[in-house]
Write a protein that binds this ligand. Structure first.
Ligand code: SIN
Length: 256
């Protein structure tokens, strides 16, 4: 297996591994360690059936059945990420986010497999949230260490679909601290109003997506990209109007 970094901040391309064939426990653990180190792994030229896609997801956590989005037929843990040539909106909207942070336990990995990719555009951006935390002042880091954030599913009330998570979250495998908030799901800090929270959240939302924390990942068909939602945010570029883009996503919940 070869692992080549894709940017100074985050991400690696992995070749020399066929994810459709059986891997032994040591090889699977080597992939988990590579994800701990690089946070985003892109595997070009993979032939995955939907069943195998879910099985690979099980290496990283428990595949999540989304309570509000309709899955692919016969595969409850697979979501379709599709924009037709004549559509204007992308799946997930144009927000930097980590997946399903309104859930507790939260998401570990997401695994996005490309089926149909536009000839140009449709990249995914990632931002390293360990670096984002480490580049804050010690005073800010200390203050954030005492705060929790409320993550709520858009359009639902906090009673219906929300979770509270620490703003400074330690990665459960590496214990490396990361900023764990995002503009898609967080509207306030615990025990504060939205108005009180907004100035600091606005600063952090801008800080956590600075270009020096980012990777911009271009897709080819039949590529699997795995990212760790405890370590990175992602953003889908909506710049491929007139071209179809179709991928399928499995998200795995953190093992308890
Ligand atoms: C997602 O938010 O899971 C989809 C990302 C993408 O379409 O690039």
């Amino acid at each position: 297996m070869q692992v080549e970094p894709l940017s100074a901040a985050v991400g690696a391309r992995v070749t020399g591994v066929d994810l459709s064939s059986e891997l032994d426990a040591a090889s699977i653990e080597a992939l988990r360690v590579a994800l701990d180190e690089h946070h985003v792994l892109a595997f070009p030229n993979q032939d995955l059936t939907p069943e195998r896609h879910v099985e690979v997801g099980e290496w990283f956590g428990t595949p999540y059945i989304h309570p509000y989005l309709t899955p692919v037929d016969a595969h409850p843990a697979i979501l379709e990420v599709r924009k037709e040539a004549d559509e204007t909106e992308v799946f997930g909207g144009q927000y930097w986010h980590a997946d399903i942070t309104f859930s507790d336990p939260p998401a570990a990995a997401s695994l996005l497999y490309s089926l149909d990719i536009p000839p140009i555009g449709g990249d995914t951006l990632f931002a390293n949230q360990h670096l984002a935390f480490e580049r804050l002042s010690v005073g800010m880091q200390t203050m954030l260490g005492g705060l929790n954030a409320v993550h709520c599913y858009p359009g639902k009330t906090e009673d219906e679909a929300s979770a509270v998570h620490p703003v400074l979250r330690l990665h459960p495998r590496t214990r490396r601290p990361a900023l764990y908030i995002n503009a898609a799901f967080v509207s306030r800090f615990e025990n504060m109003t939205e108005d009180e929270s907004k100035p600091l959240l606005d600063f952090l939302f801008a800080h956590q997506t600075r270009p020096e924390f980012q990777l911009r990942l271009g897709w080819t068909a039949r590529m699997l990209t795995i990212w760790d939602n405890r370590s990175v945010l992602h953003y889908a570029m909506n710049d491929h109007h007139g071209y179809r883009r179709e991928l399928q996503r499995v998200t795995s919940i953190e093992f308890l």
